[in-house]
Each structure stands twice: as C-alpha cells, then as structure tokens.
Design a protein around this ligand. Structure first.
Ligand SMILES: O=C(O)[C@H](O)[C@@H](O)[C@H](O)[C@H](O)COP(=O)(O)O
Length: 251
C-alpha cells in the first residue's frame, strides 16, 4: 500500500528552496508532535544546497532540532572528511549550522571494503530498531519519517541506477555498488524496500538535465524497464518539487 503523489512546480530553484524548507519544517512539527522525534534521510548532490533555507530564519529557531535524527540514503565509500563524502557535504552546509545532537546523527562510516560498510550500516540500523529509535514498517523494514531524494539524468535515485542490479534488491536494507555509473564508483545505498517504507518522500529536481527522467517518473513518457525514479513510493505522501526546467517535459 502506498500514499498519494503530489506534484509541485515552481518558477525557480529559489522558489523550490523556499517551499522545501516550509514543507520540511511542517513535517518536523508534525512528527515531533506525533512520535517525539523526526527521522530525516538525506541524499547528496544539489539537494543539500536546495535545503539551504532550513538553516536561516525562521526555521533555524522554530524547528526543534534536538528531536531530529539524521541518516543518509546513500554515501560514497570515502572517509567522512573527504570532499566527495555526502556526510561532509551535509556537515559543512547544514549540520554545522543547526543544533542536532551528535548522538542523533548516523553517518555511514568509512571502511576500505564497501561490502563491510554495507553490512555494518545494516547492523547499525537493526540496533536502532531494537532500541526503538527507528520503527519497523508492516513489512519489516525500517520506517523513516522523511527521505529527501534527488534524481540523476539517467533516472537514478540514491545509488540505485537503471542498469545495475541493486535496484532489484528486495531483502537487504543496505547494499553497495563498486561500478557506479556516477563517480565515485564505490557507494553504499538504501534499497527500495527501505526507501518505499518511508512515511513521506520529497523528490527534489531543479535542473533541465533531469527533465526526461522526471517525465518518465511521472508517467508522461515510458521506457522499459522503467527508471528507478518511477518506482519511488511513500506510505503517506510522495511530493515532487520541480522548477520550470525540471518540469519542462511534463506535457
Ligand atoms: O550520492 C549522490 O550522488 C546522490 O545521493 C545522488 O543520488 C543524487 O541525489 C543524484 O545523483 C542527483 O544529484 P544532483 O541533484 O546533484 O543532480
């Protein structure tokens, strides 16, 4: 079972950023009121820049950051202080500017072996489920409150690529890739069963390069097999945040 899909089109990336901050703040208030915490799962890429309004007024003071729990939907297999790390990207632009407790931030820690990193992170998540930090969905996968996704020009989301097998993983929570079409080659990623167990998902696209992938994602064009971005579902609501360029093929 999955929730509704909402498509929100904006004139500019700036307008997307304003709307995305308001949407995220609203969900933060909602989940903290409902369950006392707000689990947020970040992508890398331009998404972190598009989240920039969250660290400005009024959100930097109106959001109850102490109740946030931060995760990553994918990570590059590089040290956490490496310029290509999604953790470093989020730390520099976001985490260093808001008072989320360090004990509530769950980086995908680096090891030389991608397979080991994936196993370790899955164990880490299972421990958080046992400790009742993360709830389980009805189908037995960890249930995050909000996942923020970008889309690549090839229609990938997280590190689940169209022409790679990881997109079809149905049992493991976390898997890895060593031949990613998008550099760097070694990455760790949530699998679709985990992504699609999320309550709310934001698909944030502000670039003309992804216009075709967005058209496939929203059913305006068909390719076979379909693209990973077309297979994202949320339990409560999947909201697409698009600027004019990203939405330019929706006709
Ligand atoms: O680790 C990563 O590279 C990201 O998580 C990746 O999935 C990203 O979200 C898309 O590639 C879109 O990236 P852009 O928004 O920068 O185009």
């Amino acid at each position: 079972s999955h929730g509704k899909t909402t498509v929100r089109k904006f004139n500019s990336e700036e307008d997307v950023a304003v709307a995305l901050a308001k949407y995220t703040a609203n969900l933060s208030h909602k989940y903290i009121k409902e369950k006392g915490s707000f689990s947020v799962v970040l992508s890398g890429g331009t998404l972190i820049h598009t989240l920039r309004k969250l660290v400005e007024t009024p959100y930097n003071t109106t959001i109850n950051w102490s109740k946030w729990e931060m995760f990553w939907v994918d990570e590059r297999v590089v040290p956490l202080d490496h310029p290509l790390s999604n953790y470093k990207l989020a730390l520099d632009a976001f985490l260093s500017k808001v008072p989320i407790p360090r004990s509530s931030i769950f980086p995908i820690t680096y090891k030389r072996s991608p397979a080991e990193v994936a196993v370790d992170y899955e164990v880490r998540l299972k421990t958080l489920v046992e400790d009742k930090i993360i709830p389980l969905s009805a189908t037995g996968f960890p249930k995050f409150d909000l996942i923020l996704l970008g889309i690549g020009p090839d229609g990938h989301i997280a590190s689940l690529f169209p022409n790679r097998p990881q997109r079809y993983e149905k049992k493991r929570w976390i898997t890895f890739i060593t031949n990613s079409p998008k550099p760097p080659p070694a990455r760790i990623t949530f699998t679709f069963p985990v992504i699609n167990s999320a309550s709310d998902i934001a698909m944030v696209v502000t670039d003309k390069e992804e216009a075709e992938a967005v058209a496939v994602g929203l059913g305006y064009a068909v390719v076979s097999p379909t693209l990973p971005c077309a297979e994202v579902k949320a339990k409560n609501e999947l909201t697409w945040f698009l600027d004019k360029e990203a939405a330019s093929k929706l006709h």
